[in-house]
Design a protein around this ligand. Structure first.
Ligand code: ADP
Ligand code: ASP
Ligand code: MG
Length: 595
């Protein structure tokens, strides 16, 4: 008998009528012959209400008590949903996180799932019940109640689908699927019929709040197809699966994190180990850092800039201040009026000029780009918060995201092409079931024969990045990594990018043209660099990956010259002569996580 997991988000159980509607959906599925597990979130904005209450009692509530409080929201809704099912003539049992054996670590408010025991759920299902499980919560080894982080009910649902071997996982929410960007921000956004795990993971981690990013890690690791659909209409929704909708369009979605903050550590001695000191202090607090840009050192000192969610700014500044002396940095600045606007696409790695197109769109909208980081499947820019929606619209337009790509495939076409292919869930059998959310790496590799160009004193006004990368693209040069960050001097920024070593001379020539044209301060080129890549799943949310990489390289006296992170890869640019030492060392250090 097939098993379905259905998850209802807050708005889908916001009032009694909606609770009844959810109960009816579950009963309908049961009557169609499925075993049904429901995962339910707190009603409406209940979690926000609880947070508000806590803030009225305490400025800095103990994390344990916060989770105790927040978990009550889900407990209310599971009981009501189970009652509604009874009332409609079917059988249901509600269960808390503890009762479904959802074991987590003890990081309150961001706990990770370790294991789930399925016996009780299976037994209740065998007895003909619909099981109604509380989302977002678990218990640690000491039976303390923990929560998984805002939006975490999605992760409960997909994790249950994974361990129960469910045939489908349906996420019922207040939109009728995944859109090319948040349809509440841009009404012109298009609903996609299919989106790949990798794209959804990256989009979720870059601000698309429709799915909890960690739920997509589960889906990818265990090959769970997710069906996102509306609680209120019968439209077909979106399938999140291994394959993308199109194999040609460079960008498939855009996302924005409105509330970001930039932090810059000024004048960090440019010797191995300094970045490690800064980032390990932050990682200890489990704060996810993004857009790390380290300027190439001047006079033996470098500036390190990065972004964090605005809500984590205070904790981040405290963390950095606690190591300032040890690091020997000159100063610390921040800006909390910034937003991150990103584009994501599986196919961008194989196409030229994708970044230039994005930068041109922003320039045409007169949006100044403060920072840039790219990785194989995403480009992120940091802009003033007042420009953010304008910027999002500009890039959405530039990549025609409102239009269906000509080679778009439907879910049934993809399924038909899959045939009996078994590799979709190949990772599952190799994963241990007692550490469900443990870091999962798939490889460590080196790309040799790289070169890096750096321009200092790049004027900080709209259009420069667009001009630069259009000119470079027009010269037929394929650019891999791009970073732009604060330069500390002259209200300017510095831009570095990597190219194939064979393109070094040509790139330098083009860079010198740009340098003259825009009166920059300096241009440098270096051959003989290499890129070390750690690949896996959920690398940004596992905050310790980049830190560990910094640590291991520092221990071998290797300087990290550039770094970028995505959910799929962490890339570090280092001196080529250290490349194999670095790769060997990382393989040993990350061995327990390598699959
Ligand atoms: P739930 O309470 O059901 O978990 P959420 O509020 O967490 O619902 O997620 C649904 C919301 O996500 C939508 O109302 C929409 O505004 C927002 N959203 C953000 N990005 C996207 C996107 N790319 N596609 C669809 N919805 C999005
Ligand atoms: N109720 C929790 C929240 O509001 C979990 C969830 O809805 O997924 O974040
Ligand atoms: Mg949600």
């Amino acid at each position: 008998m097939s098993l379905i997991v259905q998850k209802f988000g807050g708005t889908s159980v916001a009032d009694v009528e909606k609770i009844r509607a959810a109960a009816r959906k579950a009963i309908r599925a049961q009557r169609e012959g499925h075993r049904v597990v429901l995962v339910v979130s707190a009603m409406g904005k209940n979690t926000d209400g609880l947070l508000q209450l806590a803030s009225e009692v305490s400025e800095n509530p103990p994390a344990r008590e916060m989770d105790m409080l927040l978990s009550t929201g889900e407990q209310v809704s599971v009981a009501l949903v189970a009652m509604a099912i009874h009332e409609l003539g079917a059988r249901a049992v509600s269960l808390t996180g503890g009762q479904i054996g959802m074991k987590t670590d003890n990081s309150f408010s961001r706990a990770r799932i370790q294991s789930i025991s399925t016996e009780r759920i299976e037994r209740l299902l065998d007895q003909g019940n619909i099981v109604v499980a509380a989302g977002f919560q678990g218990t640690d080894d000491d039976l303390n109640i923990t929560t998984l982080g805002r939006g975490g009910s999605d992760t409960t649902a997909v994790a249950l689908a994974a361990v129960l071997g469910a045939d489908s996982c349906e996420i019922y929410t207040d939109v009728d699927g995944i859109y090319t960007t948040d349809p509440r921000r841009l009404p012109e956004a298009r609903r996609v019929e299919v989106i790949s795990y990798d794209e959804m993971l990256e989009l979720a981690s870059l601000g698309a709040g429709v799915m909890h990013n960690r739920s997509i890690e589960f889906a990818k690791k265990f090959g769970v197809p997710i069906h996102v659909r509306s609680s209120f209409s019968d439209t077909s929704g979106t399938m999140i699966v291994a394959e993308p909708e199109s194999t040609s369009q460079p960008v498939s979605g855009a996302a924005m994190t409105a509330d970001e903050a930039r932090v810059t550590v000024l004048g960090v001695p440019d010797v191995p180990g300094k970045s490690y000191q800064v980032f390990s202090a932050i990682a200890e607090r489990k704060i996810a850092v993004d857009m790390v840009v380290q300027n190439v050192g001047k006079a033996g000192r470098a500036d390190i800039s990065f972004t964090v969610p605005r809500g984590e700014l205070t904790a981040t500044l405290q963390a950095v201040e606690s190591v300032m002396d040890e690091v020997g940095a000159d100063g610390l600045t921040h800006d909390d009026q910034v937003s991150k606007v990103s584009v994501v696409g599986m196919n961008m790695a194989s196409q030229t000029n994708v970044a230039a197109r994005m930068f041109r769109a922003l320039a045409d909208a007169s949006v100044n780009i403060q920072m840039i980081t790219t990785s194989e499947i995403k480009i992120s820019t940091l802009v003033a918060r007042s420009d953010a929606t304008l910027a999002l619209r500009a890039v959405h337009d530039a990549f025609s995201l409102h239009q269906k790509p000509s080679d778009a495939k439907t879910w049934s076409q993809i399924k038909a092409e899959r045939g009996e292919r078994a590799d979709v869930d190949a990772l599952v059998s190799r994963l241990r079931n007692d550490a469900l959310e443990a870091l999962t790496l798939t490889g460590i590799s080196v790309t040799d024969h790289q070169a890096r160009i750096t321009l200092h004193g790049v004027p900080d006004y709209p259009g420069i990045a667009a001009d630069m990368f259009e000119t470079i693209g027009a010269a037929g040069i394929f650019v891999d990594m791009i970073v732009q960050g604060y330069d500390g001097e002259d209200a300017a920024t510095s831009v570095s990018f990597t190219v194939d070593a064979d393109d070094l001379a040509k790139s330098l020539e083009v860079a010198r043209e740009i340098y003259k044209q825009h009166q920059m301060r300096d241009v440098q080129g270096t051959g003989d660099i290499a890129k070390v890549t750690v690949s896996g799943i959920g690398l940004r949310s596992h905050t310790n990956v980049a830190t560990k990489l910094f640590h291991e390289l520092a221990e071998s006296d290797i300087n990290v010259e550039m770094i970028n992170t995505s959910e799929l890869q962490v890339n570090a640019v280092i001196d080529a002569k250290f490349a194999s030492t670095a790769a060997e060392r990382l393989k040993v250090a990350f061995a327990p996580a390598l699959h």
